[in-house]
Design a protein around this ligand. Structure first.
Ligand code: SF4
Length: 314
C-alpha cells in the first residue's frame, strides 16, 4: 500500500525481510517509581491499574505470556514488548533475568523496553547496551510533551531536561529510542504540539508513538471526565492535528502508533477512539486529500544523530 507516513509495519518488513514479525505485550512484574512511592503513589493521571500493560495475561510468568501469545498469533517471529510499568526499575540482575526469560524463546527476535527517562541508572544502561549488541532492541521512553506545564498536568514527575539527558545516554550507547507523545493535553495549542515534533526532529529518535489523550477505567482522568472537567478531542480534530504533526515530522522517524490500542472494556472516552481502523482510515484519507506525506513541512536542516542504525524510509 502507498503509505503516507513511515509506519512501523513497513519498518518491520524491511528490517526482517521474508518474516512476519509481531510485537507481543508483556507484563514482566515490575513496578513504577511514580507508583511505588519512589516519586509518588498516584501515578500519571492517564495511567490505568494495569500500568499500560496487557490485561488478560497480567500476573503470569514471562515464559507463559510468551508461549500463549505465540500460540495465538499467525506471525513467525516476535518482539517481546516489556510494556507494563517501568521496565528498567530493578537491579541489573533482575532486569537480566526477566529480559532473558523472553529472549530464551527461539521465535523472539527482539526486545522493546518501555521505561521513564528518570529510571535509567548506569547498570540498566550497560545491560541495555549489551542486549542491543545481541538482539534487535528499542527503548520506549515516555515523554508525552516537551512543555513543563503539560508534564506537571500529566503528573509525570520528570522534566524535559531529564528526558534529553536520558535520550543522549541511550543514543551514546547506540540504542534506538522510541518516544511516546500525547496529543490533546488540555492547554496545549497546535503550536505547542508542533514544537514537540520540532524537538523530535532535532533529537532524531528512531521512532515516535502518538497517543490520543483518552480516559481509561481506573485512571485518575476517569474521575475528572465524570465531573465534566476534561476536554477531549473530537475525531475530526484529532485527525486534523495528527496530519499536521505527520507533515512536520522528519520522514526518517518511524511512526509506531497513531491510534488508541487498549483492551476493550478499559477505554471509557472518547468513544470514537475504540474504532482504531476507522481513525487510521481517516488519517490516510486526510493525508491524501492534502496530497501530503510525512515530513512535507519538516525542516530540511535537522541535525543527524551521532549513531544512526535506522532503516531508510520506503
Ligand atoms: S504511565 Fe508509566 S510512568 Fe506513568 S504511572 Fe503509569 S507506568 Fe508509571
Amino acid at each position: 500500500m502507498d503509505e503516507r507516513f513511515h509506519s512501523f509495519a513497513a519498518f518491520l518488513r524491511r528490517k526482517f525481510p521474508g518474516t512476519r514479525v509481531r510485537k507481543i505485550p508483556i507484563d514482566a512484574g515490575f513496578t513504577c517509581p511514580n507508583r511505588d512511592g519512589t516519586l509518588g503513589r498516584d501515578g500519571c493521571v492517564f495511567c490505568d491499574p494495569f500500568a499500560a500493560g496487557p490485561v488478560a495475561t497480567a500476573g503470569w510468568t514471562i515464559e507463559r505470556q510468551v508461549e500463549v501469545r505465540l500460540r495465538r498469533s499467525p506471525a513467525t517471529s516476535f518482539i517481546a514488548y516489556f510494556q507494563a510499568n517501568c521496565n528498567t526499575h530493578a537491579p541489573q540482575d533482575e532486569l537480566r533475568r526477566r529480559y532473558e526469560a523472553a529472549l530464551g524463546h527461539p521465535r523472539v527476535v527482539g526486545l522493546a523496553v518501555a521505561t521513564r527517562p528518570d529510571a535509567l541508572p548506569a547498570p540498566a544502561l550497560a545491560l541495555l547496551q549489551e542486549m542491543s549488541g545481541r538482539t534487535w532492541l528499542s527503548v520506549e521512553l515516555g515523554l508525552q510533551s516537551i512543555h513543563e506545564r503539560s508534564l506537571a498536568w500529566l503528573r509525570r514527575r520528570h522534566t524535559y531536561a531529564q528526558f534529553v539527558s536520558a535520550f543522549a545516554e541511550l543514543r551514546r550507547r547506540g540504542i534506538d529510542v522510541v518516544v511516546h507523545l500525547i496529543v490533546g493535553i488540555p492547554g496545549e495549542t497546535r503550536a505547542d504540539m508542533h514544537a514537540t515534533v520540532a524537538a523530535m526532529n532535532d533529537l532524531r529518535p528512531a521512532g515516535v508513538k502518538f497517543h490520543l489523550l483518552h480516559v481509561l477505567r481506573g485512571a485518575e482522568l476517569q474521575a475528572r471526565h465524570e465531573r465534566g472537567e476534561l476536554p477531549l478531542l473530537a475525531r475530526a480534530e484529532y485527525v486534523d492535528i495528527i496530519c499536521g504533526l505527520l507533515e512536520r515530522l522528519d520522514p526518517g522517524i518511524v511512526v509506531h502508533r497513531l491510534a488508541v490500542d487498549r483492551e476493550a472494556g478499559l477505554l471509557i472516552a472518547p468513544a470514537w477512539a475504540q474504532d482504531k481502523a476507522a481513525v487510521l482510515g481517516d488519517v490516510d484519507a486526510e493525508m491524501r486529500r492534502r496530497r501530503s506525506f510525512q515530513g512535507r513541512l519538516a525542516r530540511a536542516d535537522a541535525p543527524r544523530p551521532a549513531v544512526d542504525k535506522r532503516v531508510p524510509m520506503l
